[in-house]
Design a protein around this ligand. Structure first.
Ligand code: ZN
Ligand code: ZN
Length: 302
């Protein structure tokens, strides 16, 4: 199961009910954040997320609403004696921003390593991969360098136990090696993984696009996602404002979802002017019925 939790769903400034942008994702013991706006660490404590166990943080861009939470979070981790390395990914300028963050005040980071990765993708590019999942990113269309990210679970193949036993493979370590894609030798005969693995089942996918105008790169990145999290700062009546600030309207976000053929759409980065965001939701649903405005602390499972 992939668990996604919204920690902040406002844009630019926090409101009584919405914090600054951040989305938490957890899968098979891997824990990551997409954006880390101001006070994200407090949102994590309220949500009872073990923030010391975070592995990776992916920052979309360096407008303050998306990254000001990094300083406090890193300082708290150090105060709590974190030792494990933390990976941070972001667009051009990330080294400079992190340098500023960790030299603010009297703070000196001592306890753990930060692995800082500056990402400059051309098209959709994989920036991380292990046996469980990969992360891809693409340059999206905002006023400053800005990245969209997608989390993709690896395709899975079911282990056909009966078949393996028929082929004389004894239960135990040889099973694991076959499952890992290795050929094994049984009584002088080679058994290939293909003989004991079923058809590939497509891995699940979650995509995060904020902040951006609707754009081809966003559509490409989101293709086939189970969940698309897309910014919808404005309603379509204010499309001019959206164009001026390089943001999206709810209707435009819905069009991206439709074009990308995603299963579900969650709208985030909601302007403070919408005390009640049901209007944005309705606007999106006319184009893409499986649309919902995300609220802080909403949990989505895939
Ligand atoms: Zn923003
Ligand atoms: Zn921005």
């Amino acid at each position: 199961m992939i668990k996604v939790q919204f920690l902040g769903t406002s844009g630019s400034v926090p409101t009584e009910t919405r914090g600054m942008p951040s989305v938490y994702l957890e899968y098979r013991g891997h824990r990551m954040l997409f954006d880390c706006g101001e006070a994200t660490q407090r949102q994590m404590r309220i949500a009872k997320i073990p923030f010391m166990k975070l592995d990776q943080i992916f920052i979309s861009h360096f407008h303050a609403d998306h990254c000001l939470g990094l300083g406090g979070l890193i300082q708290t981790m150090d105060l709590f004696k974190r030792q494990k390395k933390l990976e941070i990914y972001g667009p051009k300028g990330i080294h400079d921003v992190i340098e500023k963050v960790i030299t603010t005040g009297h703070f000196i980071l001592e306890g753990f390593d930060l692995e800082i990765n500056e990402v400059k993708p051309k098209g959709v590019k994989q920036i991380y991969g292990d046996k469980d999942y990969s992360i891809k990113c693409a340059q999206i269309d905002h006023t400053v360098p800005c990245l969209g990210y997608s989390f993709e679970e690896r395709d899975k193949r079911k282990f056909l136990k009966k078949k393996a036993l028929q082929l004389g493979v004894p239960e135990g370590v040889l099973f694991s090696r076959l499952q890992a894609g290795e050929s094994v030798k049984v009584r002088g005969k080679m058994v290939k993984p293909d003989a004991v693995l079923g058809k590939a089942v497509k891995g699940r996918k979650v995509t995060y696009v904020s902040d951006s105008r609707p754009c081809a790169a966003g559509v490409e990145l989101a293709k086939g996602s189970d969940v698309l999290i897309h910014e919808a700062t404005f309603s379509h009546e204010l499309q001019e404002s959206a164009i001026a600030g390089k943001h999206s309207t709810a209707k435009e976000a819905a069009k991206v979802a439709k074009e990308a053929g995603v299963k579900r759409l969650f709208l985030t980065h909601i302007s403070q002017r919408y005390k009640n965001a049901k209007g944005l939701e309705g606007e999106a649903m006319k184009v893409f019925p499986k649309a919902k405005v995300a609220e802080d602390f909403d949990v989505v499972t895939v």
